[in-house]
Design a protein around this ligand. Structure first.
Ligand SMILES: [Zn+2]
Length: 181
């Protein structure tokens, strides 16, 4: 990945995701696939929007805790809350217009997406088993700082009524478990 980033031809799109066709030029298909599987893009625009909005409402957090499953983007240690800011395309935000299916090499992409989603669910399950609450925030929900502020307000309210986020987390978990069946 570092090699790819150092390459002047690689670039980030508006959302901060590394453009796959640039990677295609640099490394083999298999290598690329394992690289992108291993590396979650950090400090993306949506993630920064949310971080800034959380900071504005006075919430403090840790970033990218590598010792936790899935390396959650934002972590509230005391309330044991792990937050993932997921790209709608790579992590398949359901019913989101950004989660398009490329027509070219469709089976490659289908496989890739299935692995991404499975990895996400596995990390979330591990976190829950360790007693963490998990919240997934989608790129499209924090694509502007105005939207991010609304999400930050929800975090703030949930913190004031501690059961709020917990309930939400459980519902999210139930939904995910149902989706897996
Ligand atoms: Zn979305």
């Amino acid at each position: 990945m570092l090699k790819a980033l150092a390459n002047p031809r690689s670039s980030f799109n508006d959302e901060g995701w590394l453009e796959p066709h640039f990677l295609a030029d640099i490394v083999s298909k298999a290598k690329r696939s394992s690289m992108m599987a291993a590396v979650r893009q950090r400090h993306t625009k949506p993630e920064l929007n949310l971080r800034q909005a959380l900071h504005r409402v006075g919430l403090r957090y840790r970033l990218h805790r590598k010792d936790l499953p899935g390396t959650p983007d934002i972590v509230f240690v005391r309330s044991r809350l792990a937050v993932f800011v997921n790209g709608c395309f790579w992590h398949r935000h359901s019913n989101c217009p950004k989660a398009t299916m490329p027509k070219l090499r469709a089976s490659f992409w289908r496989n890739k997406f299935e692995r991404n989603v499975a990895r996400d669910l596995r990390a979330q399950a591990l976190l829950r088993a360790m007693g963490w609450k998990v919240v997934v925030v989608w790129e499209c929900q924090v694509k502007s700082s105005e939207l991010a502020s609304k999400v930050a307000q929800r975090f703030l309210r949930a913190r004031r009524t501690p059961r709020g986020l917990h309930k939400r987390g459980q519902q999210e978990g139930k939904r995910k478990r149902n989706a897996r069946r």
